[in-house]
Design a protein around this ligand. Structure first.
Ligand SMILES: [Zn+2]
Length: 557
């Protein structure tokens, strides 16, 4: 009964009480921002946290023992900082854990050389070293993609430029007849799938810092939603009858299994030895042969020698361990308990899981370290938050935000089917775009919600923080804050300087500790700690959509 009346009051208060300027509120420490800066400058733990999460526990693939160990280490660490209620919260991943213990691919004829590869996660092992001829399977091209018109003045040129003609995928008939014609070529072979990707030298790299004017447009409180953001442009619609890239790769996988190929090699298609290796999307070793992604330079070399008519022999060895217990995955939780408003919760976090080809420093050990640090700063300063602060480090993000979606569903339900906790989550703050400092924040909610965040961030212009904007989008995508937005809850996502995220580290084999800029991540920890403080202390929760103003639900998947 008591509980229910509190919920009613909260629901009403978020609707009726107008925005109260922070200065008018009680119990706020006017010197808090200076103290936060000092604590981070003098006693930062952020690089230590990063070291453990990457060097010691990376990579942290969902379902793997190292991800679980990383979560346990984080709980132990946050507990040592004085946090409470540290625990791992299980959810059903449904796939076994997978760790690759050893892999190597060599060219043994007509030359001898090591080759740089990464296996796909959840790919099969080779049962010892396999020596096999290489064969280059070149998927037939579909119709030509129409040339896009010249970008508008001031627009950024796309990748590849107009000089590289693009093709749609083939039709089913084209693919079937081609695959029929190469059955004997793939038997027992290690198959390089696809024509070598031409990667032009980039003479115009994207700047590592966001331009201040662009950011001001993006976070302009008076701009209509979506303004200031570069659009992706319209993708041309494939002609009827052509397959999707996913259908093509799936059919090739089935074909290679059915015709006894020894292995599959994909072209990484990126410069400077960068490799992005995702997963065997079936999680099933009977549905795809052992598959690696090879750096573009090695792939190109082999393909060019084969094109001379010279046979190439490769050696491949992949050894994996599978962990059936990984079907249960865990989110990592710890709290700083609140006081007079302890039933209300401010959450913050990022995903702890990573891909397997590196130690996942910028994606997203540093995001976890930053959020742990923001909460640690307040604890170290002896702040007694009014609301409970809850750190959440997610798993299954890379496989589709699975851990945060499971958590939100279980704890909060959605605006349409809320649990009692739905009314008590103040906001969830998320960071997940690499090492670049936070430059602004987007919040799911009405414009007044952005005003609260903007005011909290305002004292950090010297750290490059520009502002905050509101979004009405309930689409799931990108990162875990959208799992909250999808449910109709105030998810807050920080926008960051890209630094080398898109060009080098995101999902690549280069994502290591060395790529993190200490000054930037400390700056993020400071501005986020200050935001966290304001949210945990203000009289009212962050304004949110009402039943009447809530945008319609969007399917999570
Ligand atoms: Zn990420």
């Amino acid at each position: 009964m008591f509980k229910r009346s509190i919920i009613t009051v909260l629901a009403l208060s978020s609707v009726l009480v107008p925005f109260v300027p922070l200065g008018a509120q009680q119990k706020l420490d006017p010197t808090i921002n200076d103290k936060i800066r000092q604590e981070e400058e003098q006693h930062s733990q952020i690089m230590r946290t990063l070291h453990f999460l990457t060097d010691v526990y990376g990579p942290r693939v969902t379902g793997s023992p190292s991800l679980k160990a990383a979560g346990e280490w984080s709980i132990k660490t946050m507990t040592s900082w004085g946090f409470t209620n540290g625990h791992l919260e299980p959810w059903n991943f449904g796939h076994p854990g997978w760790v690759t213990d050893h892999f190597e691919v060599h060219i043994v004829s007509p030359v001898k050389s090591s080759l740089v590869v990464e296996p796909l996660a959840w790919t099969a092992g080779t049962k010892g070293t396999v020596t096999a001829k290489a064969f280059n399977l070149i998927v037939p091209q579909g119709p030509l993609v129409p040339m896009s018109p010249t970008p508008a003045e001031g627009g950024r040129g796309g990748r590849g430029g107009p000089s590289t003609p693009q093709h749609f995928q083939p039709t089913q008939a084209q693919l079937t007849s081609y695959l029929e014609s190469i059955k004997s070529d793939v038997k027992g072979a290690i198959v390089l799938v696809g024509k070598t990707v031409f990667v032009p030298v980039n003479l115009d790299p994207t700047p590592g810092r966001r331009n201040e004017e662009d950011l001001k447009r993006q976070y302009d409180p008076n701009a209509p939603e979506g303004a200031g953001r570069g659009g992706r442009g319209n993708q041309p619609t494939p002609p009827e009858g052509t397959l999707t890239a996913r259908q093509v790769t799936q059919q090739i996988d089935e074909f290679l299994v059915a015709n006894g190929a020894a292995g599959r090699v994909n072209d990484a298609g990126r410069p400077h030895g960068q490799i992005v290796a995702f997963d065997n999307a079936t999680y099933d070793i009977t549905k795809a042969v052992p598959t690696v992604v090879m750096r573009n330079e090695d792939y190109g070399r082999i393909a060019r020698i084969l094109a001379d008519g010279t046979p190439v022999e490769l050696e491949m060895n992949i050894v994996n361990t599978w962990y059936p217990e990984g079907a249960t995955a865990y989110n990592t939780i710890a709290e700083i308990p609140g006081s007079d408003k302890k039933d209300e919760v401010v959450m913050l976090g990022g995903h702890l899981d990573s891909w397997h080809s590196a130690t996942g420093a910028t994606d997203n050990a540093i995001g976890c370290a930053t959020m742990m640090e923001a909460a640690r700063i307040l604890k170290a300063l002896g702040v007694q938050p009014r609301r409970t602060i809850r750190v959440a480090l997610w798993s299954g993000e890379e496989e589709g935000l699975l851990g945060s979606l499971a958590y939100v569903k279980e704890h909060f339900g959605s605006a349409e089917t809320p649990t009692p906790e739905f009314a008590k989550l103040d906001a969830y703050l998320n960071i997940d775009s690499g090492t670049g400092r936070a430059r602004g924040a987007g919040i799911f909610g009405p414009p007044e919600a952005a005003a609260v965040v903007r005011q909290a961030l305002a004292p950090f212009q010297d750290l490059g923080v520009v502002g905050a904007s509101a979004t009405r989008s309930r689409n799931v995508g990108g990162t875990d804050s959208t799992s909250f937005n999808n449910a109709g809850l105030p998810g807050i996502g920080f926008g960051q300087d890209p630094i080398e995220y898109n060009s080098h580290t995101h999902h690549t084999n280069l994502d290591h500790y060395e790529r993190v800029i200490e000054a930037d991540v400390k700056a993020s920890a400071i501005s986020i700690a200050a935001t966290l403080y304001q949210l945990a202390m203000r009289d009212e929760m962050v304004p949110r959509f009402t039943k009447e103003t809530m945008p319609p639900p969007v399917a999570a998947r």
